[in-house]
Structure formats: structure tokens, C-alpha cells
Design a binder for this molecule. Structure first.
Ligand code: NAD
Length: 514
């Protein structure tokens, strides 16, 4: 598929938009065997713009069989790391060259503002480059017991990895799983979220052009409850990497448990942004507003609970609310837009429901419903609730939209109690000018990732993941390679093998030895 980029207009449609999306199995685009499809909607109008093949058990079977064949009989797992690395670098080059095209597809399909969709391909390409480099630098241990034994680690790819991804920044999230999985020599079956299948259709073309052998990458569209569930339970899929909602993560854990599958779960969040009175207030204001309202608030690491020290509370809250009111809500394709359209009418309803709950739980200072001037589509005005108590649902539950709960605190101890007072533990942000406080607070907070006086930017070598209901396992750097490989330990003696002679007494008696 080639998509021509056009100038954004009132109702922008990327050129050459496909009207039907097919699975990709063993190097071929195919429909579901039974012909089932589902409708794909554009979020600005909620009109259907395409159909997609709806994968059923028999389609997943085909994809898994292709991936298994490519693993057991194909060249990919046996290739030298350098050879695989070259293919990954080519993939990165091609992804990078399609940044604009991807941005328009992603923005069209998910409602993400175009300026925030741009650059996603560069991040996706960086994931491929990073793991391309890592895999050739990979080293493993060998241990010698002098004169007795040599022990070494034989690292091996595992087999078919099932990759299940969410609808927020889908292409980038997919690259985060695809790159390490295939870099390590596995083959994959990927199931993207059914709300946003469009950008995934770029992968087959990119992989073909880069020279990835057929069968290494297989793509199945479809619902989580059918295609996703069947993939998770498939006996020929030993690994599942999942990103999505915590309750789905729990369902997947249960489904995968009887087969003891390798599981990586990147789940939901309700991350605190803690602003102390001694912080650089301008920087904290910019960052906290951006954190919760960028990507339409559909960001797993959004700072959706802002905790503010009492001394600066009134002023900070007033300024925060004013910023929220000034945010430009608009067409995703308009470069001036800061908040676009939420992804899907079902998600829009969920977020609107939380806003109604919030009106009974906090002081509404901005937004509070559908954005003015947008009678249709999934547009929500950036919404600010202040004085939210820690037992409120909008304090405890992930909303995943442009809605923030702000709560005051008196001192460090109360801030920490509030910060840790949810079931989640994905990210946390701390704003203070005290180095001592920043580090002590970071160490005490229950979060997989902490940003001190900074926004959500992370070196790819660092661990990514959450604690509590935010996830299980870590990806990032060598941790991803660890997840997608098994480490077999091999031992050999350098001497005689000294085994106790079990069963040798009878032999001795028969032969007359004493
Ligand atoms: P979701 O859990 O509804 O769906 C995620 C994927 O799982 C989709 O592909 C879906 O089809 C599939 N799925 C659903 N039920 C399944 C089942 N029973 N078996 C197998 N697969 C199934 O999540 P979503 O609404 O697409 O994404 C939003 C959620 O993802 C939010 O909670 C967000 O915080 C989280 N998220 C987390 C991270 C992270 O890195 N921690 C990143 C992005 C999004």
C-alpha cells in the first residue's frame, strides 16, 4: 500500500486509504477462512471507513503454524546475529523514511493530533536500531572451576512469540515488541487492537522490503476475546507479550497459567505527579499539563493524579485549570490541535461516564464533557477536577482520557501516602528543588519508573514496566532479550567424572571383589 500525504483539510482522509485490511500469514495477505470481518471506524465521525478480517481460531492456527515452521525449518533463528541485525537496520531505515505517511495513517485511525503522531515512526525505527545493535553486542557468561569443570550459558530463541498490543500509539507499541522478539531469533504472531488496525498494514511491506523471511512475521486482526484469547492459549506459542488494560492482563495470566508460558505484562496506570512547593513551578506546570493531556490523555504513563503541596495549591490549581481551558481541541489532522478525538465511541462513553462521576467527587474547574463546537465524533474538553479525595473513583481508577484529578497534601509523608494509594504502580513524577527529597521520594514510591523534575523521556537501555496492577516483568535493553530468549546452562567436566557408584555393590559381590 502506498499512501500519499495530502494537506490537512476540514475532513482529512489519507490518500489511497485501504478499504479492507487482511491478515498476513506466511508472506501472503489473506482473509479469514470463514470470511468474517469487522468494521473499522474513523474517530472524527465514527463512520466506518474499512472492514478488517476478523481472525477466528482456524486463522490463528494457520498463523501459528507458519510461524512455527519458520522457526523450526526456516533460516531466521539460525542466522548469525550480525545477519539478523542487518535486516533490522534495513527495517529501521524503511520505517524512518515513512514517518509522514505513518503519522497521517495513525492520526486518521486513532484520532491522535498529527503533530503528536509525527515522530512515532522515528521512535519505532529507533527500537529496531537499538535491538539490532544490542543483539550483536550480546555476551553471555562462561565459568571455569579450575581443573574440574567448564560452565557456559547457551542463549537460544524460544519459538513463536504471541504479541498482543493496545490501540494507543499502536505502531510504536508494536515496534517495541517486534524488534526484540525477532532480533533474538524468534518468529511472531501479532494481534493489534481492533480499534486501530490501520498502521499495522505497513509492517508486511516494510518487512518484505527489508528481506525478513516469510513466516517470521504473521499478523492476525480480530477481537481480543476470540483471536487474542486463542493465541494466548495456543500450545505452540510459548511466549506472550501483552500491553493493555490490567483486567485483560489478569485474564491473560489465568489463560496462560496452565501451560506455564513466558509472560510479559505492561498494564494500566494512574500515575501521580507530585509537585512540592520548592519546585520550579513553571516547569512543573508545563510538564503536568502535557503529561495528562498529550496523546489525548490516552497514555499509559499519564500523570493523571496531580498532588500539589498546600502552600502553592490554590495558585497552581488555578493556573492548571486556565491552561486546560486554553488547550486547542480540534481535528486530528490540524497542526494547531493539541487534543484530538478519542479513539472510539465506546471509549468516549467510558470517559464521559467518569466525568459525570467526577462531578460528584471533585470541584470541576475546566471541561466537563463534550468539547464545544464538536457535536459529533469523540471530542472531549480537557477536564480538571480539584480537591479530589483519595477514595474517589476518579482518583483510583484509570480513565485513559483528558481528565485529571488534583489533590492537595501537607508534607512529604502525606504526599507519599497519597502517591502510593492506588492499585497501580506504573510511573511517577516528582517536582522539587531538593535533591535529597527527590531521591528519597523516588526510592519510597511504588512505581516501576520515576521521573524527577522531568517529563516522560527514557533511555532505551533502562527497564520499562510497572509494579502492582501495572504489570509483570520488565522490558527494555537486555531485559527484553532475556524475555525473548532462554538461557540454557551447559556444564562439562575437565577431569574424570566422579560419580558415587550406586548399584556397584552387587557387581562387586558377583565378581568376588570385597
Ligand atoms: P485492552 O486490554 O482492552 O486490549 C489490549 C489488547 O488485548 C487488544 O489487542 C485486545 O484486542 C486484546 N485483548 C482483549 N481481551 C483479550 C483476551 N481475553 N485475550 C487476549 N487478548 C485480549 O487495552 P486497550 O484498551 O487496547 O489499551 C488501553 C490500556 O492499555 C490502558 O489500560 C493502558 O494503560 C494500557 N497500556 C499500558 C502500557 C504499558 O506499557 N504499561 C502502554 C500502553 C497502554
Amino acid at each position: 500500500m502506498t499512501t500519499t500525504v495530502e494537506t490537512p483539510s476540514e475532513h482529512f482522509v489519507p490518500g489511497n486509504l485501504p478499504t479492507h485490511l487482511q491478515h498476513y500469514i506466511n508472506g501472503e495477505f489473506v482473509d479469514s477462512i470463514g470470511g468474517k470481518t469487522f468494521d473499522v471506524l474513523e474517530p472524527v465521525s465514527n463512520q466506518k471507513y474499512a472492514t478488517a478480517a476478523a481472525g477466528q481460531a482456524e486463522d490463528v492456527d494457520l498463523a501459528v503454524a507458519a510461524a512455527k515452521q519458520a522457526f523450526t525449518a526456516g533460516p531466521w533463528p539460525k542466522m548469525l546475529p550480525r545477519e539478523r541485525s542487518r535486516v533490522l537496520h534495513k527495517i529501521a531505515d524503511i520505517v524512518e523514511s515513512r514517518d509522514d505517511e505513518l503519522a497521517y495513517l495513525e492520526s486518521y485511525d486513532s484520532g491522535l493530533p498529527i503533530t503528536q503522531a509525527k515522530g512515532q515512526a522515528l521512535r519505532a525505527a529507533e527500537n529496531f536500531r537499538f535491538f539490532a545493535d544490542l543483539i550483536v553486542a550480546q555476551e553471555d557468561n562462561a565459568f571455569k572451576v579450575p581443573g574440574r569443570q567448564l560452565n557456559y550459558v547457551n542463549r537460544k530463541p524460544i519459538g513463536v512469540a504471541g504479541l498482543i498490543t493496545p490501540w494507543n500509539v499502536p505502531f510504536m507499541q508494536e515496534s517495541w515488541k517486534l524488534a526484540p522478539a525477532i532480533a533474538a531469533g524468534n518468529t511472531v504472531v501479532m494481534k493489534p487492537a481492533s480499534y486501530t488496525p490501520l498502521s499495522a498494514v505497513l509492517w508486511p511491506e516494510i518487512f518484505r522490503e527489508a528481506g525478513l523471511p516469510d513466516g517470521v512475521f504473521n499478523l492476525i486482526f480480530g477481537s481480543g476475546g476470540i483471536a487474542g484469547d486463542y493465541l494466548v492459549k495456543h500450545p505452540d506459542v510459548p511466549l506472550i507479550s501483552f500491553t493493555g488494560d490490567s483486567s485483560t492482563g489478569a485474564t491473560i495470566s489465568t489463560a496462560a497459567a496452565p501451560q506455564f508460558k513466558g509472560l510479559s505484562l505492561e498494564l494500566g496506570g494512574k500515575s501521580p505527579a507530585v509537585v512540592f512547593a520548592d519546585a520550579d513551578i513553571e516547569a512543573a506546570l508545563d510538564a503536568t499539563v502535557f503529561s495528562v493531556f498529550s496523546l489525548n490523555g490516552e497514555r499509559c504513563t499519564a500523570g493523571s493524579r496531580v498532588l500539589v503541596q498546600r502552600d502553592i495549591y490554590d495558585d497552581f490549581v488555578a493556573r492548571f485549570a486556565q491552561r486546560a481551558k486554553n488547550i486547542v481541541v480540534g481535528l486530528p489532522s490540524d497542526p494547531a490541535t493539541e487534543v484530538g478525538s478519542l479513539v472510539h465511541p465506546n471509549h468516549f462513553d467510558n470517559v464521559m461516564n467518569y466525568i459525570e462521576i467526577g462531578k460528584t467527587e471533585g470541584r470541576l474547574l475546566a471541561g466537563g464533557g463534550r468539547a464545544e463546537g464538536f457535536p459529533t465524533g469523540n471530542y472531549i474538553a480537557p477536564t480538571v477536577f480539584a480537591d479530589v479525595s483519595p477514595d474517589a473513583r476518579i482518583f483510583q481508577e484509570e480513565i485513559f482520557g483528558p481528565v485529571v484529578a488534583i489533590t492537595p497534601f501537607e508534607d512529604d509523608a502525606e504526599a507519599l501516602t497519597l502517591a502510593n494509594n492506588t492499585k497501580y504502580g506504573l510511573a511517577a513524577y516528582v517536582w522539587t528543588s531538593s535533591l535529597k527529597r527527590a531521591h528519597n521520594f523516588a526510592h519510597a514510591i511504588e512505581a516501576g519508573m520515576v521521573w524527577l523534575n522531568s517529563n516522560n523521556v527514557r533511555d532505551l537501555r533502562t527497564p520499562f514496566g510497572g509494579v502492582k496492577a501495572s504489570g509483570l516483568g520488565r522490558e527494555g535493553g537486555y531485559r527484553s532479550v532475556d524475555f525473548y530468549t532462554t538461557q540454557q546452562s551447559v556444564q562439562i567436566t575437565l577431569n574424570e567424572s566422579h560419580s558415587p557408584k550406586f548399584g556397584s555393590v552387587a557387581d562387586a559381590a558377583v565378581s568376588g571383589d570385597s
